[in-house]
Design a protein around this ligand. Structure first.
Ligand code: GLP
Length: 237
């Protein structure tokens, strides 16, 4: 495991974007799994800028979406699909046949099987960039959720439902998520986990102490885990 702590968020974003661009450049045709959420969006913006500077071809790899709120679709502001389409896939010019994201309006179990087939057809996830929830979730691998193979339909934790309101422009009642499971993510060679801001400091501290109640702790033994924190998120280490 590598732990990278940057003094500023800008520095953190720059380091992560350059490292991700370098990996993508060296692994054309590989499958990359990207988290939505607020935290990684500046990294995606920087990757798009690096591409505009001719320093990476982001369409040289394939993409799998990490997770989605069951019940939300492309027209819903705050769905992972909408966020990733507008913040990354469209500005990066990723063709539709190079990406697959969960459809939160479709039957969740069927969506999971379809995503598993996509992952399998592209040789498994080789690189993933993840965030961490206030409750320690990764994607929607919630505390107490089963650690099964493939993709999962998960009952959302109360904290996830409460924190989730920040993404939406109106009130939502969302009780389930679909996610790539931790075991599939753990098969990636490189796992970037990113956290910024003081509000993530407690959960990052608990994760790094190996707290078994924190789903992200299960990534700690992974030899390719690279944790990227700004100074605030590293405040309880
Ligand atoms: C969200 C998503 C995750 C995300 C995490 C942190 O609910 N399900 O994929 O990484 O929680 O989100 P944020 O970066 O907005 O704090």
């Amino acid at each position: 495991m590598e732990l990278h702590i940057a003094e500023t968020r800008e520095d953190l974003v720059e380091r992560m974007a350059r490292a991700a661009a370098e990996w993508i450049g060296a692994h054309p045709g590989s499958l990359v799994c990207l988290a939505a959420g607020d935290t990684p969006l500046p990294v995606y913006a920087r990757l798009v800028a690096l591409q505009a500077e001719g320093r990476v071809d982001l369409a040289s790899v394939f993409y799998a979406g990490l997770d989605e709120w069951v019940g939300l679709g492309p027209a819903d502001a705050g769905s992972c699909l909408q966020v990733m389409r507008d913040a990354f896939y469209e500005p990066a010019g990723i063709p539709a046949d190079r990406r697959r994201v969960f459809d939160g309006l479709a039957d969740p179990a069927t969506e999971c099987r379809a995503m598993e087939r996509w992952i399998e057809a592209h040789g498994g996830i080789r690189f993933t960039l993840l965030g961490i929830g206030i409750n320690g979730h990764v994607g929607f691998n919630e505390p107490g959720a089963p650690d099964g193979e493939g993709c999962l339909v998960v009952a959302l934790d109360d904290i996830t439902q409460t924190v989730g309101v920040k993404y939406f422009d109106r009130e939502r009642t969302l009780q389930q998520g679909v996610t790539v499971g931790l075991r599939s993510l753990s098969k990636a060679e490189i796992v970037f986990l990113m956290a910024t801001g003081e509000r993530k400091a407690d959960i990052v501290g608990r994760m790094l102490s190996g707290d078994p109640a924190v789903p992200a702790s299960r990534l700690l033994p992974h030899p390719g885990l690279r944790i990227y924190l700004d100074r605030e998120a590293a405040g309880r280490l």
